[in-house]
Design a protein around this ligand. Sequence first.
Ligand code: SF4
Length: 70
Amino acid sequence: MRRCPYLEELVKDQRIMLRVYKFDCHVDHQSKRKYALSDSPPICVRNYEDCHLYRAERRREDQTITRYTD
Ligand code: SF4
């Protein structure tokens, strides 16, 4: 499974009709929840390259590396 490198933890909780995904993001240090009726995991384990938090952190890291290699 492809997963965002900044994803700290992902827990799936199955309730009667509802799936609850709980996940922690290393970038904003927030615990988040996503509710879905069918299997629909959060962006962190799908197309995480589209996440604005991922992009911002990746850009910040790339700038740091560039600074050290210049
Ligand atoms: S995809 Fe976005 S919200 Fe999810 S862990 Fe990565 S940076 Fe955080």
